[in-house]
Design a protein around this ligand. Structure first.
Ligand code: HEC
Ligand code: HEC
Ligand code: HEC
Ligand code: HEC
Length: 507
């Protein structure tokens, strides 16, 4: 088993910062089963690629799932929370693209033999026709679409699992009524939940539940296993950025599980380290000030000793157990993680289909009309004649090739992308997904920063143009989600260069 994990870690390309399986926690045998957990996928086939360290990709997820299935333990693949859509009420122009995206995703999940999906609130808000199309193409069971709670029985190796889907906002009692008989007939009971922390805890406290998959948090940071009642709550970040793998060692019925995860241990250790540091500093300050009651101070010192004891205990080697145990790891799907080629091919096909469909569907889509005080966009080439050095600089800057970035990926007609990689998008006299004045407005042109320039370009003597560009103009595109490292001063400095904003270099 020890070797196996090491080999698996290699083949999976785990670069996991949250701690990866170092040694078998619960004896030398293989786990009874492995849970592969995804939460809040939200229709993400892959990350946009704009940020410094993009995480995610259904092709990378697929590679992990397939590698797990090669292993000795049976794999149960479960998804909770918004899975196919990231918006409850889609803008009409986006409906077709979002549905097509959801369909591709549903098809891929089906290929990967997902065992159960608990769709989230945004999924459920879609029109029934759209959901029907997706469900027809999904062998994996969507749970609790019609009832408060629904049970799916799964065989995993020698174990019988009750997977209980809980509809968002379901009453605890109606869940307990369903869980009761289901858990009595099975070896392990897993509840799939879409809701708040309180909801997850509420369902975890239902008698007989062993695990809760917590969808609906919509958080980037994956949360290590934590207890709610007798159950362990599992989470795996969002947008397919990573998956949580839980090795389940199920030895005895009706016995609580012990968490042996390095992930939880190291998270708890750093939490206590912070608390110890904090309290030590405060005690020192109190000692100096001299105006804190001696008994109070003594109580705080004792608290500190207790904390240090707990911290030390965490460093002790994990005790072997012959009882029930779980061992969870979070696998970030970074650029280094391997891809499943077959799924990657489906994604690339999908991009082409979306591009082609949008190109036709939006042909003739015009930007808002010019108002009496509006100025139209002309495109960067119209500036080149009078601002040659600026133009030459821009052509080689990232802004000057922003459209190529999309074209290389067959995404230049993709509504999720085009707006920030062109000039004057959806502005009066600007561009749309198809309308760009014969490519004059593609890329992030001069006018993205200096404002629409038709009037200035026509008569520069009479009409001026905005010189400096405030931060507010950049952050329309440089949002935290798409430009994680954006810093106005630092980024601005790199675009104000000789020939553009500074005198040209004289040799
Ligand atoms: C017909 C020539 C001509 C064209 C075309 C032209 N400009 Fe200018 N531009 C000028 C002149 C002349 C000035 C004023 C002198 C100077 O400061 O260099 C100027 C000044 C500017 C300034 C500085 C404004 C200020 O207040 O200091 C910016 C920014 C600018 N232009 C951007 C653009 C952009 C963007 C375009 C294309 C949309 C463009 N220009 C097209 C001739 C032109
Ligand atoms: C219309 C959207 C848009 C606006 C407005 C915009 N940018 Fe950008 N910016 C982009 C895109 C898209 C890229 C990446 C293009 C590529 O590589 O394909 C980018 C890239 C950059 C880069 C290069 C980053 C790197 O890692 O090499 C800098 C620097 C930058 N922008 C600064 C700014 C500043 C400063 C402003 C405001 C004065 C601004 N941008 C306004 C869309 C925009
Ligand atoms: C909200 C605006 C916005 C949207 C929407 C957007 N981008 Fe970007 N993109 C940017 C900005 C800004 C950058 C530059 C980020 C930086 O360097 O900090 C960028 C950079 C990139 C880069 C990196 C370019 C390089 O060579 O380093 C890629 C690739 C990219 N975007 C692709 C996409 C794709 C594909 C989509 C659609 C799925 C998309 N973008 C949607 C704003 C956006
Ligand atoms: C990402 C935003 C951005 C883009 C794109 C951009 N500029 Fe600028 N531009 C600036 C900033 C910032 C300054 C500096 C303003 C200052 O110094 O007050 C500037 C300064 C200028 C100036 C005045 C200083 C000078 O060098 O004479 C001109 C002219 C100019 N830009 C033209 C252009 C032209 C032409 C393009 C397209 C080929 C362009 N800019 C693209 C942001 C941008």
């Amino acid at each position: 088993m020890r070797c196996f994990l090491a080999v698996l870690a290699l083949t999976l390309g785990l670069g996991c910062s949250r701690g990866q399986p170092k040694k078998d926690p619960a004896g030398s045998d293989a786990p009874s089963l492995r849970l592969a957990v995804v939460t809040d996928l939200k229709g993400y086939l892959e990350p946009c690629g704009c940020t410094s360290e993009p995480l995610g990709g259904i092709d990378r997820l697929a590679a992990q799932i397939r590698a797990l299935r090669e292993g000795p333990a049976p794999v149960v693949f479960l998804i909770a929370g918004d899975t196919f859509f990231d918006t409850a009420e889609l803008e009409p122009v986006r409906v077709d693209q979002a549905n097509r995206n959801a369909k591709t995703l549903a098809g891929i999940l089906d290929e990967l033999e997902v065992d159960a999906v608990l769709p989230g609130r945004r999924d459920r808000a879609q029109p029934p026709e759209a959901l029907d199309v997706l469900r027809q193409g999904s062998r994996g069971s969507w749970l609790a679409m019609e009832t408060d709670a629904e049970v799916l029985q799964i065989e995993a190796g020698s174990l019988r699992l009750a997977v209980v889907g809980v509809r968002p906002g379901a009453e605890r009692d109606s869940v307990a009524v369903v869980v009761g008989p289901a858990q009595a007939e099975s070896d392990l009971t897993i509840a799939l939940v879409d809701g708040s922390r309180r909801d997850a805890n509420r369902i975890g406290a239902v008698d007989g539940v062993d695990f809760v998959l917590h969808g609906g948090l919509d958080e980037d940071e994956p949360i290590p296993p934590h207890q709610a009642g007798q159950a362990w709550v599992l989470h795996a970040s969002r947008q397919g950025q990573g998956l949580t793998i839980v090795d389940v060692y199920r030895k005895k019925k009706k016995e609580p599980f012990v968490d042996r995860s390095e992930w939880s241990r190291s998270e708890r250790a750093s939490q206590i380290d912070r608390q110890i540091e904090d309290l030590s500093a405060r005690i020192t300050a109190w000692e100096k000030s001299g105006d804190v009651d001696a008994a109070d101070l003594e109580a705080q010192r004792r608290r500190l000793v207790e904390m240090k004891k707990e911290r030390q205990a965490l460093d002790a080697p994990t005790v072997q157990t012959d009882g029930n145990a779980l061992f969870a790891t979070w696998i970030p799907l970074s650029k280094k993680a391997p891809k499943d080629r077959q799924v990657e091919k489906l994604m690339r096909e999908h991009d082409k289909v979306v591009n082609a469909a949008n190109r036709v569907a939006f042909a003739g889509l015009e930007p808002p009309l010019l108002g009496p005080d509006d100025i139209a966009y002309v495109g960067s080439a119209a500036c080149a004649g009078c601002h040659q050095t600026a133009y030459a600089w821009w052509r080689n800057h990232a802004h000057g090739v922003a459209y190529l970035t999309l074209q290389q990926r067959n995404k230049e007609y993709n509504l999720d992308c085009v707006g920030c990689h062109v000039t004057g998008y959806d502005q009066p006299g600007g561009s749309t997904v198809t309308h760009n004045l014969d490519l004059a407005l593609v890329n992030v042109g001069c006018e993205s920063c200096h404002g629409p320039g038709a009037a200035h370009a026509k008569d520069a003597e009479k009409v001026g143009i905005l010189r400096d560009t405030p931060e507010s103009m950049c952050v329309v595109c440089h949002t935290p989600e798409h430009s994680d490292l954006f810093d106005y001063d630092a980024f601005r400095k790199t675009i104000v260069v000789p020939g553009h904003g500074l005198p040209p270099m004289v040799r």
